[in-house]
Write a protein that binds this ligand. Sequence first.
Ligand code: SIN
Length: 315
Amino acid sequence: MANMAVTVAGLELANPVMSASGTYGHGLEMRHFAAPASLGAWVSKTVTRKPRPGNPLPRIAETEAGFLNSIGLENRGIDSYLRDVLPDMAREHAVVITNIGGESVDDFAELAARLDGERACHALEVNLSCPNVQGGKLPFSTSPAMAESVIARVRAATKKPVFAKLSPNVSDIGEIARAVEAGGADGITAVNTLLGMRVDWKTRRPALNTIQGGYSGIGIKPIALRCAWSCARAVSIPVIGCGGIACAEDAFEFLVVGCRAVQFGTASFTDPGKIGRLAAEMSQLLDQHGIASVTDLIGTLRAPNVLAKTPGAPS
Ligand code: SIN
């Protein structure tokens, strides 16, 4: 069997498969579909300083190739997460990455400090990119200076690996990637959802209460892949690919463009057990192609370096 182990920012993972934040609750909810320890890492739903009820309904809408969400970071807050979730996750012997979100730089720093002493939390993923709060303005992921300052404050508050989750809703994601690397990020998750919307033309009403929301699923894979590739070219810290991954072949595309791990999310809404089978399916596919280790695929894109020759080309 092909070797599936990868190291990402010092985390030794049994395989490169992670859950995408927000698609599995905090992990415990999905235990009957996949054992948390069978994944490389479980990424929690975003945790905030205070409990949040989320946005008014409707806040999920199906599309032709994926869905829109406007959840609004519903969660019970950091106190409940530390008391009710982490102790149970510790018993699962899983690698846990806690995703944190905030409305201010101080919020992010406080959350990082509260999690720093928690042994069951192995790393932080900083959600700079939720499109469903603050009027969809994405203040932390569209400005390189803001992105860097959030990550620098989180970096100062914790010794754990810090991953910055970036938005695809920018013209040059490489610029944001370099900013979070400068701020001290140990890795990047590329990417969160795309801003999108749907309307019922007969009633003239939007499908989501917030009108616009975050689009995820197989329809965004080419965009997410391009973003992940741009990040991998722009920085030397590891990149975790996320967006539209539904099968082993999809995951391999992200590894080839330079990602060290992948996150699986929206596809679980049609097949909740798939995440628990994905690493084995990847391993079988590697065997079929005579590839000894999943790391042999990472950053192996064979392509002419055309963009480097194009004036004004994106990074
Ligand atoms: C949400 O809770 O609105 C989705 C989370 C995100 O896109 O970051």
